[in-house]
Every structure is written in C-alpha cells, then in structure tokens.
Design a protein around this ligand. Structure first.
Ligand code: CTP
Length: 403
C-alpha cells in the first residue's frame, strides 16, 4: 500500500491559465492513492469548470464560502480533513491574500484555517513574480511553514519567456506525495531558517585566472536538501559549483566567487537565520593584487603574492559572542589528531560544532567519513553517503536548537 493511500489532499485552484494543468495534479494524486477534494476560486472558474474536477475526483468541487446547502462551516471542515493543501496555480493575488490573512472567499478562508502543510505552486507573469510585493508575500508564507514548488523559467502566457511558469503538474504532485509520505516527526525543522555555504571560492589573479580548490559543493547541497525535507527554510551561499540540489526549487541560492563576496553574502543574512553551516571550502589566501588585464607569459618566473582572507566563521563567532543564536557549524579537514584539532578550531572560531574529516577521506566524492565534534562529545561516524552525513549533522543541530 502506498504511503499516501487514503490521505486527504485539498487542491485549491487559482485563476491562471495554468489552472487546466491542475486537473493533472488531481489525477496524479488520485493515482497515488490519495483522496482529492477541490476548491475553485471565482477567477479559476474563468479558466476551468467545477465539473472537470468533480468528474475526476468523484467529489463536488467547492466554489462558495456561502454554501447554503451546507449546514456547517465549510472552510473549517475542508481545512480540518486535509492532510495537505495544494494551491495550484497560486496566483500573485491568491498568495497576497493568504500572506495577509484575508478570508474573503472559500479558498483564503480555508487557508487561514489550515492545520497541516501547505504547498504553493506559483504561476504568473515574470514581472509579477519578481515584484517586491510578491516576493515579500512568498517569504511571509515560507516563514510560516509553507512550501513553494516552482515557479520555473519558460514560455509564459504573454508569449514572453521568463520566470513565472507553473512547475509541471507531475512534479507538483511528486512534491505533494513526498510531503504526504512524511510522518510529522520527520518534519522536525519546520520554521527553522538555515544558511549553508558550499563549494570553493575562486580568488582572482587576473580576469581569466584564479586560485581555487577542488571542493564540489556536494556536502553543502546534501545538507541543504536534507534540511528542506525536514521542513527548514534554506538559503545556500555558494562559490562556483556545477552540482545541483535535489530540491533546487525550494532553496534560495546565492552565487558568489570570492571569499570576500561570500563573507558579504553571509553577513547580510546572519541576523535572519537560526543556523549557519559553513560547509564551503573558503580559500585562506587571495592574490594581493588582481591584474586588470590578462597576465602575459614572458618572464621565466611569476611570483604571486597572497594575502590572508578574513575567516568568515571566526567572524561570525566573534559577532555572536555569548549569544546562543544562530547555531554555528564549521567544517575542518585535518591530516592528524582529528578531535584535538577540531576542538581547538571550535574554541578559536567560537562555533558550536565542527564536522571534521581526514584529508585522505574524499573531497569530491559522494561519500564522507566524518567525526562530529561539539564541546561535550566527539562522534566518529562510519564512511557513508554525504546525504546520510547531512542527516547526522542536522540531528545534532536540532539538539543544539532545543537546548
Ligand atoms: N572558513 C571560513 N573562512 C575562511 C576559511 C575557512 O569561514 N577564510 C571556514 C570554513 O567554511 C570551514 C572552516 O572555517 O567551516 C574550516 O576551517 P579551516 O580552513 O580548516 O581552518 P583553519 O582555521 O584555516 O585551520 P588550519 O589551521 O587547519 O588551516
């Protein structure tokens, strides 16, 4: 039996051209064994009919807050029996009303009554999506625990191409199923805002060359993916990497190049997060000067003078001082006395946890052998996929958050 068998999904269809694709979301959820009930907003009914959804789901599609045929409070009942509410397409207007707690139709009144997870699949013109008002509303919804699936880049109804197209219905259904298959105990980081740094930094020598390292960013992305699945709101500040997260759509990504840029991006966000995980392999040094033109070969030797980069993690530790928030997690690569060096790094950089590994144990691969060191304990984990290492790190982060 599928883990979503018999689960109740309330599908709220907003008024956008993508509304016709919501029928496919309903079908996919039904195929997976869920029960689906539908609300159509007034605007949605300009695009699709209640009969379509009634036919698919076998249940009347609801459209009226003031339903005289219904003796109870329809919005309360619909919200109460839903294990998950999916809003697709989530228009700019519908999200604005939900973010501001309006309840002037059945869709928003029901959302205000929601007791479980809510998944929004935004769809609108690119300029509406990028507008500050929409972005603020999306942030507000995410901060209250909602999940966003999309939007994606592609052809828009206007004929233009841009960010704002609704995610494909099959992908939205998959995300819904993933949320439904989780036990509430797996969602132990709901409401927690996590900043993860990932990958190397590239320190420019001239316009085409840099000093860098081989970090792939996979460990940081594994932590980001694991945190998303546990309900956290995740931002990844990363150096130049090609690796992708599994949950790209649900992660805020901020790309930087150098250590100085990474510090700026991290410091700009440090006050609005609960946890910072410094998984990036920040270059310790950068060229003292950056040539404005490409350096030509000619001389037999070329000496590049390097100057020290600021230590971002140590800077965060000093800024935080005696406060307990945000939780600070550092990484360390050592060649000996793993726990000893990790402890001294913990003290020196003022962080709560150091994830240490021996240099010979994989930098670019998909597995890692780490020892997790806190002030009180040192846990040596067996070699395992980075994704499982990420879960172990988050288990300890959660324990620190609860302390
Ligand atoms: N780090 C940082 N800023 C730097 C260098 C490192 O924030 N300029 C962070 C990394 O993201 C990582 C940890 O510090 O979390 C790694 O420290 P590492 O470079 O191993 O430590 P160092 O203090 O440079 O120690 P060592 O003396 O071993 O080089």
């Amino acid at each position: 039996m599928s883990s979503v068998e018999g689960k109740e999904v309330l599908l709220i269809v907003g008024g956008g051209i993508a509304a016709y694709k919501s029928a496919i979301i309903a079908r996919e959820l039904l195929r997976a064994g869920a029960k689906v009930e539908t609300i159509l907003t007034d605007a949605a009914q300009k695009f699709v009919g209640a009969v379509t959804f009634a036919g698919l789901t076998g249940r009347a599609a609801r459209t009226e807050l003031w339903d005289a045929s219904f003796s109870g409070e329809l919005h309360v009942e619909l919200a109460s029996r839903a294990d998950l509410i999916v809003v697709a397409p989530a228009t700019a207007d519908l999200m604005a009303r939900a973010a501001n707690g309006l309840a002037n139709d059945l869709a928003t009144a029901t959302l205000l009554c929601a007791k479980g997870p809510v998944l929004f699949a935004p769809a609108m013109h690119a300029r509406m999506w990028s507008h500050g008002a929409t972005q603020a509303n999306v942030r507000a919804l995410i901060e209250r625990g909602a999940t966003m699936a999309g939007p994606v880049e592609g052809p828009l109804a206007s004929g233009e191409v841009g960010m704002g197209r609704m995610h494909e219905p099959e992908a939205i259904a998959r995300e819904a199923i993933e949320i439904l298959s989780k036990n509430s105990s797996d969602l132990d980081l709901v409401g927690v805002r996590i900043l993860v740094t990932a990958g190397p930094t590239h320190e420019a020598i001239d316009p085409v060359r840099f000093v860098g390292n081989r970090s792939s960013g996979k460990m940081g992305l594994a932590i980001a993916d694991a945190a998303v699945e546990r309900g956290a709101t995740v931002c990844v500040v990363h150096g130049p990497i090609s690796a992708k997260a599994k949950h790209e759509q649900r992660i805020e990504r901020v790309g930087v190049r150098s250590a100085l840029e990474m510090r700026e991006a991290v410091e700009a966000r440090r006050e609005s997060v609960d946890v910072i995980v410094m998984a990036a392999a920040v270059a310790d040094y950068r060229p003292a000067t950056v040539a404005s033109e490409k350096i030509k070969k000619g001389q037999q030797e070329l000496v590049i003078q390097l100057v020290k980069n600021p230590d971002i993690l140590a800077g965060l530790g000093a800024w935080r001082g005696d406060k307990r928030a945000p939780v600070l997690v550092g990484f360390a690569v050592e060649t000996g006395d793993l726990v000893g060096y990790a402890r001294s790094k913990l003290e020196r950089k003022g962080c709560d946890m150091v994830v240490a590994n021996l240099a010979e144990h994989g930098f670019e691969g998909d597995e890692n052998t780490v020892t997790i060191v806190t002030k009180q304990r040192a846990d040596a984990l067996e070699r395992q996929p980075k994704r499982r290492v990420a879960e172990a790190i988050l288990d300890r982060v959660r324990a620190l958050l609860r302390e």
